[in-house]
Design a protein around this ligand. Structure first.
Ligand code: HAM
Length: 421
């Protein structure tokens, strides 16, 4: 029986991996423009880290974590908690009061797999720790927008504020009172959430719950002065940077650590999976995890969703990895000098390939096309005797004679610049 990958875990095959590299490269480039530095955190953490950060009554913690119960460790469902743990454990705030960090890597959630939703998925995650100013919120959102724009992905930006420990509890009470009046019409999950996590009811996708949520009180009407000012300054700062957005007063996030600003980059091109990226402030999180009382804000983007959108836009045409020179060695005699010349070219930074099978010229030309060779150097036994090979430019179909005189190193030295030209 063939062994297959686990449901929701996918291979990223070589053609697609090129697009992944391009996306990651662009993200690194933009993150650097904003002074972000890379951090790499472990794939597994103590379960308690996620329970305390993400929240006990969230879907992620209740249903979606891959936990080894005997050992109380969990495969990370997201990166923010791990980065905060690393930040605290390594006393990073002592070195630098404001830390701008990013990480790229796999996350694990036991969700129902569908288009754009997997159990192993990858995030581009960015966090700014230690800055409270609303301009920082706008700057971080602008960075996300810049990345999506440069990748050519169309999204709409929605923002909201979730208040703080001062204004959220009274709002929560107001919301619970409202939801209790409509218990009969809520779905079973939302009936339960009314007491465990009432804000999540506002985000339920069921039509009956949506209808009730529509008239529910809004957090924006309950913000304290500080949160209300912060939110209006964020909006102003976004306008100052030319970032368009709409306010979605019903946006709640699936993770409990958020305070004040939250935001989502949404697409209508991925069916049910609308969020390409999302994030927000988490001003109490670091202290809650035993660290200093420092604020933070961040976002994560789903690479699979970015890849799907880019592939959709390119009509499925994939990128190709090019070979600068394919050396067609004809006959066993040619194998050794050709393998040496291939190596000499690689030493000089050339993408070189050859085939050791001694197959016909026709078969090797086919192979050269398969690896997208720009040039083919044809070396047979006659060519070796005469110390002259044919170099064919596969784009123009023009041929020139290349002298095989001298050592392989000299040949490499003469051939490399021709291939680079
Ligand atoms: P999140 O909203 O849970 O936030 O995930 C962020 C993004 O990851 C989503 O918008 C989506 O693109 C992608 N994503 C999430 N789950 C899946 C999945 N099962 N399959 C494919 N893609 C997925 C966070 O994770 C927060 N840590 C973001 C953050 C950083 N907030 C502050 N700092």
């Amino acid at each position: 029986m063939k062994i297959q990958a686990i449901n929701g875990f996918k291979d990223i095959l070589p053609d697609s991996a090129l697009l992944w590299q391009q996306i990651e490269q662009r993200a690194r480039d933009i993150f650097q423009r904003f002074g972000m530095r890379e951090i790499r955190v472990p794939i597994m953490e103590k379960t308690d880290l996620f329970v305390r950060s993400i929240g006990e009554a969230t879907d992620v913690v209740e249903k979606e974590m891959y936990t080894f119960t005997e050992k109380s460790i969990t495969m990370r469902p997201e990166a923010t908690a791990s980065i905060m743990r690393a930040f605290i454990e390594n006393g990073m705030h002592v070195q630098q009061p404001v830390q701008r960090l990013f990480t790229i890597g796999p996350m694990f959630r036991h969700e129902r797999p569908q288009k754009g939703r997997q159990r192993q998925f990858h995030q581009l995650d960015a966090e700014i720790i230690g800055a409270q100013e609303p301009q920082v919120d706008a700057e971080l959102i602008a960075m996300g927008q810049m990345l999506l724009d440069e990748l050519g992905i169309n999204t709409s930006l929605e923002i909201n504020s979730l208040g703080c420990p001062a204004c959220r509890p009274p709002f929560r009470t107001k919301l619970v009172n409202y939801l209790e009046l409509h218990q009969d019409a809520l779905c079973d999950d939302c009936k339960r959430r009314t007491t465990t996590n009432p804000l999540r009811v506002l985000d339920c996708k069921k039509s009956t719950c949506k209808a009730i949520a529509k008239d529910a009180p809004s957090i924006l009407d309950s913000l304290c002065e500080n949160c209300s000012d912060h939110f209006s300054l964020v909006r102003q700062a976004l306008q100052d940077l030319g970032i368009s957005f709409t306010i979605n007063r019903f946006m709640v996030r699936g993770l409990d650590y958020y305070t004040q600003t939250t935001f989502e980059f949404l697409t209508s091109d991925l069916g049910a999976q609308a969020a390409v990226g999302a994030g927000g402030r988490y001003d109490g999180l670091i202290e809650q995890l035993g660290g200093p009382a420092l604020p933070g804000i961040g976002f994560a983007m789903g690479i699979e969703r970015i890849v799907l959108l880019m592939e959709q836009k390119n009509n499925g045409t994939s990128l190709t990895q090019n070979t600068d020179c394919f050396i067609a060695a004809l006959g066993q005699e040619a194998n050794k000098p050709c393998s040496q010349l291939t190596h000499q070219l690689r030493l000089r930074g050339i993408n070189a390939a050859m085939d050791y099978s001694g197959r016909s010229l026709k078969a090797q030309m086919k192979q050269a096309n398969r690896v997208h060779a720009r040039f083919v150097l044809i070396v047979g036994e006659n060519e070796l005797k005469q110390e002259e090979a044919v170099l064919r430019d596969m784009k123009t179909q023009k041929q020139q004679v290349f002298s095989l005189a001298g050592s392989v190193s000299e040949q490499g030295e003469r051939l490399a610049p021709v291939l680079r030209a």
